[in-house]
Write a protein that binds this ligand. Structure first.
Ligand code: SAM
Ligand code: SF4
Length: 334
């Protein structure tokens, strides 16, 4: 019998894990250029964690002290059974924040259900306000559906709504201001994410594409006063500012230009059930195998605690010209 595990997750660098990002599918109804190749091979359905396995996993992590779960993908809202999933996650004792990252395409019809299930934080990806450019970036997506999704999220009263924008040179570098003004106009938040070199996708060359958060911040400061916010406990890698005179916060997520690993409080689970220690490293354990091998809850929790000894100290995005990690973001869970 393995010993009864203590109800907490602390790694070898004394970082306490309280946040889990759960990828519930690798599939998506978009093919964003920086995230996926034009033609993708997806996991066979049997390879993806079932809804029951996802809920069980989430429960085990909350029993180990995880207080926030963000559901992501792929596009989580196209996963079959997603209503049941959110209902199950919403009932987990100990879970303080149930969050979602979505491309917004299905949000108009699902916003009410998500609110009722207890989702309190939604990040919606939006890289352009130009319909033709949006279509080019996502290869398939329609901007109007996403705008309707954002409006539905606001109307039903989802608590914390944030736009996520990946800014790329030669693609949407000229939209930082208009996207920020859009967020201010809607009384929601916005974050600018530096592109990360994951998978073999090519948008006119990696070095050309990448724009640093500091450049974007400097540009915004020519138009707005940015007031630094003291880090929220769950802020993670985002450096957040209030835009003076508005209810909007702007965040900068900078894996290249600011190393945030020392405060890392998170783990990820990929759609196929790999427990990933770090977005920028390969260390992981096969949780799906454990879930399907008849182990008890206590055994699996012990495996999870033991696995933290391989969580690396920091990620390795130091060479922006090279895609060093060959997992696609949709499989990892962004
Ligand atoms: N499909 C959902 C969406 O687009 O919001 C959730 C999954 S997506 C992988 C999560 C986030 O990762 C999105 O905001 C997306 O813009 C971001 N993302 C994808 N590939 C990225 C990359 N190579 N570098 C930085 N961010 C990336
Ligand atoms: Fe799909 Fe999100 Fe990746 Fe775009 S970023 S392809 S919406 S998973």
């Amino acid at each position: 019998m393995p010993p009864t595990p203590p109800a907490q997750l602390i790694d070898s660098f004394d970082r306490r894990i309280s946040y889990l990002r759960l990828s519930v599918t690798d599939r998506c109804d978009f093919r964003c250029q920086y995230c996926m190749a034009e033609t993708m091979e997806f996991l066979p359905r049997a390879g993806v964690l079932t809804i029951e396995e996802l809920i069980r996993t989430a429960r085990l992590f909350t029993e180990l002290g995880v207080r926030k779960i963000r559901v992501t993908g792929g596009e989580p809202l196209i996963r079959r059974g997603v209503d049941e999933l959110f209902a199950g996650l919403g009932e987990l004792p100990g879970l303080e924040t149930l969050a979602l990252t979505t491309n917004g395409s299905q949000l108009a019809k699902q916003a009410t259900h998500l609110r009722d299930a207890g989702v309190s934080s939604v990040n919606i990806s939006l890289d352009s306000l130009s319909p033709s450019r949006f279509h080019a970036i996502t290869r398939i997506g329609h901007l109007d559906a996403v705008i309707r999704g954002i409006e539905a999220a606001i109307t039903v009263g989802l608590k914390r709504i944030r736009l996520n924008a990946v800014i790329l040179n030669g693609v949407n570098r000229d939209e930082t201001l208009s996207l920020t003004r859009f967020a201010i106009d809607k009384n929601i938040h916005i974050a600018f994410i530096e592109e990360m070199p994951l998978g073999h996708v090519n948008v006119g060359g990696k070095a050309l594409a990448y724009v640093s958060s500091d450049d974007i911040k400097a540009e915004l400061e020519q138009h707005f006063e940015l007031q630094a916010l003291s880090s929220r406990a769950d802020a993670g890698p985002s450096r957040d500012f209030r835009i003076a005179g508005t209810r909007t916060e702007v965040g900068f997520i900078s894996p290249h230009s600011h190393n945030f690993c020392s405060q890392c409080n998170r783990l990820r689970i990929s759609a196929e059930g790999r427990l990933l220690m770090c977005l920028g490293n390969e260390e992981s354990i096969d949780l799906r195998d454990l879930l399907r091998s008849g182990y008890s809850d206590e055994d699996i929790k012990t495996f999870i605690i033991d696995s933290l000894s391989i969580k690396p100290e920091r990620h390795i995005f130091d060479r922006p010209n090279e895609p060093q990690i060959v997992r696609f973001m949709n499989a990892t869970g962004g």
